[in-house]
Design a protein around this ligand. Structure first.
Ligand code: ADP
Length: 225
């Protein structure tokens, strides 16, 4: 692709110490993620998917090799700069939704903008637009407990996109959903990612995901296939 990658891993190695053992989670991974694409990360359990997501989400650092975000090497950023980069450019979606149960749907979606210090009037307009885009405008004042699993994941999609991130990271986002709902949620992620120009990096071994992905990357034993 001629476009510049939004995130790039170059010859990345990552290992974890487990007692006396060193577990090689990634062994020389090169990966580019481009703006707006839906990238499916597949591979058996233990192949390194979550480790890649943690590196792309700036939650963890590589042992060797480089992680570049928007052309900047994260090795040159201190922890505070990394936190800001993560807050402003990356959205996260989880298998178990991770909504705040005492906040309404609108408050959950608003929270990242509140933390960023966006004005109240702008927040209200952006939250309303995001909730409409995921088909939940009529549920704005409900608590998450009153929603189905699929609706909760829609709230999580709106919350991830409200900051206008360049990247959204999702670890097994359909694992708690029935197959019909999983189809709908994946369609929505694809549509919303393309509409907002946000790259979605989704780890899953769900065939539904690979059918919808713009690109599929397969991992085995910490190496890309
Ligand atoms: P996947 O997401 O594909 O299941 P992971 O990235 O979670 O794979 O794990 C890759 C390898 O690293 C596995 O062997 C796993 O056991 C190991 N691993 C992951 N996280 C840790 C950790 N915090 N401590 C020790 N080993 C870990």
């Amino acid at each position: 692709m001629s476009q510049n990658a939004i995130i790039e891993l170059r010859a990345v190695h990552k290992s974890y110490r487990l007692g006396a053992h060193l577990v090689q989670a990634l062994q020389g991974v090169d990966l580019q993620v481009y703006p707006g694409e839906l990238l499916a990360l597949t591979g058996p359990s233990g192949s390194g998917k979550s480790t890649i997501l943690n590196l792309c989400g700036l939650i963890d650092r590589a042992d060797q090799g480089e992680v570049m975000i928007n052309g900047k090497n994260i090795a040159d950023m201190n922890d505070q700069q990394l936190t800001l980069q993560r807050r402003d450019t990356i959205g996260f979606i989880f298998q178990s939704f991770n909504l705040v149960p005492v906040m309404t749907v609108a408050e959950n979606v608003d929270y990242p903008l509140f933390l960023k210090g966006v004005s109240r009037s702008e927040r209200q307009a952006r939250v309303a637009a995001q909730l409409k885009a995921v088909g939940l405008d009529e549920h704005a004042h409900h608590l998450p407990d009153a929603l189905s699993g699929g609706q909760r994941q829609r709230v999580a999609i709106a919350r991830a996109l409200i900051k206008r991130p360049s990247i959204v990271i999702a670890d097994e986002p359909t694992a708690s959903l029935d197959s019909h709902t999983a189809d709908q949620v994946l369609d929505l992620m694809r549509e919303r990612g393309h509409a907002e120009g946000a790259a979605f990096i989704i780890a899953s071994h769900d065939d539904r995901l690979t059918r919808r992905a713009d690109r599929i990357v397969s991992l085995l034993d910490g190496k890309l296939q």
